[in-house]
Design a protein around this ligand. Structure first.
Ligand SMILES: Nc1ncnc2c1ncn2[C@@H]1O[C@H](COP(=O)(O)OP(=O)(O)OP(=O)(O)O)[C@@H](O)[C@H]1O
Ligand SMILES: [Mg+2]
Length: 299
């Protein structure tokens, strides 16, 4: 079992058509036909959207994504049109709603990995490959790869896992030219971001991008390089050979799997609400990631 403990009712806003409730974001279309993406304070862990929100998470991640789009603007055009609130939107959307160009999305989750973990590690342990790419012997959980790799996945519905696919499969699905462009852009953007993060004490282990077409132009869409789309590890605690502490969700995971929560991860039962100290510590980690990466104070 997985998914929402309680599926939220999307807010109805005059002039906006509600399109979709994601795990973390609400998607609307405005009268001009543009997308309005609103990041909530929802958090997911162990495939569940938890019943407790993390205050400011939506704003912190939206501002972080915008900051990254700026850092990457010379490498990849992006879908952001405006950060202004749509008329009629509630004031509390400020800072977490983005008006974006509606693109013809490429149905591929474009993952770049610089380090081995997660589903990449699982495949490597069985076959010494990730998404069909051969890797050297002797890598362990958290190892840095000889060079970053493009490990695409097909998009899954809420509650399902994305499925890793080979580059050849992507080329079959979207065409050779588009596949090559996705790979090139994904690796270029990842490498830039990895270097920026590393200078600031954060290991960007892997990340997921989504691209769409604006006419013939490939444009970076969705959110980029947030803790929800990436694995960030504190560089000073990076130690291959074990699971690395997650920058943002470690308090949540530790508490959920502790006796105190009373929750059995293997059961079908939804996870319980988070206690205030776990919420506060987690909020502080999001703010810390924002401040470290951008060099700006969160206010
Ligand atoms: N510029 C864009 N044009 C069209 N669709 C976009 C654009 N940017 C992002 N999208 C799409 O909008 C949706 C955003 O939804 P969201 O990420 O909140 O939920 P989800 O992908 O269904 O679930 P998850 O919570 O697992 O990410 C995705 O389907 C994404 O591909
Ligand atoms: Mg998504």
């Amino acid at each position: 079992m997985s998914g929402f403990v309680e599926k939220p009712e999307p807010l109805q806003v005059p002039g906006l058509v509600h399109l979709h409730t994601g795990k973390v974001r609400e998607l609307y279309r405005n009268e001009a036909g543009d997308l309005v993406m609103v990041a909530s304070d929802r958090i997911s862990a162990y495939d569940w959207v938890l019943p407790t929100e993390i205050p400011d998470k939506g704003r912190v991640l939206t501002q972080l994504s915008l900051w990254w789009f700026d850092q990457l603007a010379d490498l990849a055009p992006n879908h952001v049109l405006s950060t202004e609130l749509p008329p009629g939107a509630p004031a509390d959307w400020e800072g977490r709603a983005l008006v974006c160009k509606s693109l013809r999305m490429v149905p591929v989750e474009c993952v770049a990995r610089g380090y081995l973990t997660g589903s990449g590690l699982a495949e490597y342990d069985e076959t010494r490959t990730v998404c069909g790419l051969a890797l050297p012997e002797g890598l362990v959980d958290g190892s840095e790869l000889p060079a970053p790799i493009f490990t695409p996945a097909t998009k899954a519905e809420v509650g399902e896992h994305d499925e890793n696919v080979s580059y050849e499969e992507v080329a079959r699905q979207v065409g050779a030219d588009t596949a090559a462009a996705l790979r090139q852009s994904t690796l270029a953007v990842y490498s830039r971001a990895r270097d920026i993060a590393r200078e600031r004490g954060i290991v960007l282990a892997d990340t997921k991008f989504e691209f769409g077409f604006d006419g013939d132009d490939l444009v970076l869409a969705d959110e980029v390089l947030t803790p929800d789309s990436s694995r960030f590890w504190p560089a000073d605690r990076w130690e291959p050979g074990r699971a690395q502490p997650s920058y943002d969700k470690q308090f949540v995971r530790d508490w959920l799997t502790s006796a105190e929560s009373g929750w059995d991860r293997g059961s079908e039962q939804p996870p319980p609400p988070l206690p205030p100290q776990v919420v506060d510590a987690t909020r502080a980690k999001y703010v810390e990631a924002y401040e470290l990466l951008t060099g700006q104070r969160w206010s």
